[in-house]
Design a protein around this ligand. Structure first.
Ligand code: AMP
Length: 216
């Protein structure tokens, strides 16, 4: 068990803004982001055995099996970069993963960004991602400086395969069934903070900073 470090879990449906807000929280608290989705996409790009296994689950909008993700987290959390805490983006996603995480550390804050399904579908329809550095954008809400080009590294942006509307509906169904129950898990621990996430990026950011007790 590790203490006096900052461990934040970000919850919320796919497209609720976890990745965007994770960057702000990371800057404010000075701890890095740990995104299982990004780690899995990197493994797919690298064509590793893990990537090949994960690819078919992700393409169909399904969750990668618990044992695979838990092993990945256990391995990567040992990296030197993560020794002062992390912002978990996209992990845990099932009660089993939440229990596995409890065995590794004590979560300080579980921030759940609350956005209704209708708005989620609208938002993911315009989402763009950089295949090289994983930065994410939105055509209307958070556009890159130059259309179609990553502001951070200059690579051509792409649409995530799993953001297609039919896959998105499946991801939302899975979110409500498998991931939302985790809120209860963290509520019982007294660390759950529900954040209204339907406003602008800045409004959501301020609410999160208040919940974390960070002055901005
Ligand atoms: P994300 O970028 O967090 O939306 O993740 C993209 C996809 O990766 C998800 O739809 C899942 O298929 C898979 N994935 C990411 N994190 C997890 C996790 N903690 N457990 C299971 N599957 C995951």
């Amino acid at each position: 068990m590790q203490q006096d470090k900052t461990w934040v879990v970000l919850l919320g449906a796919p497209g609720a803004g976890k990745g965007t807000q994770a960057k702000y929280i990371s800057q404010a608290l000075g701890v890095p982001i740990f995104s299982t989705g990004n780690l899995l996409r990197q493994a797919i790009e690298a064509k590793s055995a893990l990537g090949e296994l994960a690819d078919r689950y992700i393409q169909d909008g399904n969750l990668v099996p618990d044992e695979v993700v838990i092993k990945l987290v256990q391995e990567r959390l040992g990296d030197a970069a993560y020794q002062n805490g992390v912002i978990f983006d996209g992990f845990p996603r099932t009660p089993t993963q939440a229990v596995a995480l409890d065995a590794l550390l004590k979560v300080d804050y579980a921030i759940s960004i609350e956005v209704g399904d209708e708005l989620i579908v609208e938002r993911t329809a315009g989402r763009l991602i950089c295949p090289a550095c994983q930065a994410s954008y939105h055509k209307s809400y958070n556009p890159p400086e130059q259309e179609g080009i990553c502001t951070r590294c200059g690579t051509a942006l792409t649409v995530r395969k799993d953001d297609r509307p039919e896959v998105m509906r499946e991801r939302l169904r899975i979110y409500h069934k498998q991931t939302e129950p985790i809120k209860r898990h963290y509520d019982k621990q007294g660390v759950l903070r529900l954040i209204a996430g339907e406003g602008t990026i800045d409004e959501t950011k301020s609410l999160i900073m208040q919940a974390l007790g960070v002055l901005v």
